[in-house]
Design a binder for this molecule. Sequence first.
Ligand code: GLU
Length: 480
Amino acid sequence: MTVRVRIAPSPTGDPHVGTAYIGLINYCFAKKLGGKFVLRIEDTDQTRCTEASAQAIYGSLKWLGLNYDEGPDVGGDYGPYVQSERVKLGMYGQYAEQLVEQGDAYYCFCTARELEAMKARQRAAGEPIMYDRRHRGIDLQEARARASAGEPFVIRLKVPLEGEHVYKDRLRKSPVVKAWKDIDDQVLMKSDGWPTYHLAAVVDDHLMAITHVIRAEEWLNSLPKHTLINQKLGFTAPEYIHVGLLRNADKSKISKRKNPTNLLWYRAQGYLPEALLNFLATLGHSHPDGRERFSLDELIAIFDIERINVAGPVFDLGKLKHLQGQWFRDLSTERIAQEVHTAIDARFTALLPLFRERMSFGADFIWQAEPFYAESVTPHLDDLVPKGWDKEQSRAGLEATQAMLKAYAATETPLWDAATLEKLVRDLLEAKQWQGKQLFMSLRVALTGKRESPPLFDTMANLGAMRCLERLGLAQQKLK
Ligand code: GLU
C-alpha cells in the first residue's frame, strides 16, 4: 500500500499558519514512508472561498518548501484537486443518491424559516440545538415527486439513534466515545445541489486513495459522521489521526487577535522559511536528542507520528524569533545582503511617495523616514500633550484610538489603508465629541516621536497595525 496523505484547506481569507503546521506533519509522514503528499482545495462553500486565497495557499506552501506531489497547480492522477471543479463534473451527486436509495439518507424540505423556529424553540427549552429529524420518515417516492416538482430540498444523513461511535485514535490513550443520538442528521447535499464539506471530503479521500487523514483535533467531532458515510458507501476508511491544535498562550485556539496567523505576514516580515518550519516542527514534535534547531530533512529523518503533540502546543512568537535569529546569522553574507536589500526595498518603495515633497537631498530621506524603520520611537512627554488638552485627555485619546484600532485589526479582513483609517478615526472623534486637532497631534507624536510627519493616516497605514498598536500603548504608559 502506498501511503497517501492530504491537506484540504478551504481558501477563505489569508493562508493560515495552522495549514502550514498540519501540512508539515503530513509532509513528513509521507516522506518518511515513501508516500505521496496531496493538496486538495475544499471550496464547496462558494460564498466564502476565493481564487486569490487558493493562490496564496499554493504560494505559501511552496515558499515553505512543503512541495506537494499532487495538487491543483501541479496536477496528478486523481484530479481535479479543487472541489468546485469536481462538483461541476458531477462527482458527488451519485453518492448522495446511493445513500438515499439505500435508506441511509433522506430528502428534507424544511425551509430556512422552519429551521429558525426549531432553533428558537430548542434554545428557549434549553435543549441542544440540532435538527429534530422531522423529515426522516418521509416516503421516498413522495419526496422524489416533490423534488421533481421543484420544491427546494437538502439531503441529510440518517444517523443512528442509539449506540455510540467509538474511535481509538492512535495518538490518544483512551478511545473517543460519542453517543449517536447527540449527532445531527448532517446535511450532505445543499439545496443548491452542492455537497457539504462532510460528503465531499469523505468521497474525495476515497477517490484520491488517501490512506491516512492527519488533521487538527477540531475535526474529531465530525469523525462519527465521516465513519458512517464511509461505511454506508462501502469505502475502506482511511486511518484518521487528530493532532493538537496550535494555541494562544491562554490555551484558546490560535487566533489573529492574539498571534499573527497569516503566512503572508511572516514572509513579508522577512522570516526565513527554514526558521518557521523549524519552529512549527518543535511545536509538534520534539527532537529525540533534545535539540531545538533542525532542518526539514533532519525532521523527516527523526519523524515519528507517535511523538506528535496532542496536548495543543502553545504558539510562542518569542521562540520563533529566537530560532529566526539563529538561522539568519548562519546565512552566507550574500544571502544576508539579499535579505537586507529585500527588507529595505519593500519599505522604501512604499515610503518614497510620502517624503518626496519634503526632501531636498537624497540623504534627507534617512532621518525623515527613520520612525518608519525604527523598532520603536521615544516621544517627548511634552509633545504628547497638545495645546488645549492635558495629560489625562491625551492618554484617554490614545487609549480610545488604540482600543478601536485593535478591534478593527482583529476583524476578518481589515484593510489597513489611509482612507479606511481616516474614516475610523473620524468616526471615533465624532462619537467622543473630540477635536481632531488635538487627537491628531497626540497620535502623530505617539506614532513617530516627532511633531512633524507625512500625513497622519498615510503614516499609520505605512507603520502597519502591529507597530501602531504598540506605539500607542507605549505613549499611554508615558502619560500615566
Ligand atoms: N476543509 C477542512 C479545513 O478547512 C479540512 C478538514 C479535514 O482535513 O478534513 O480544514
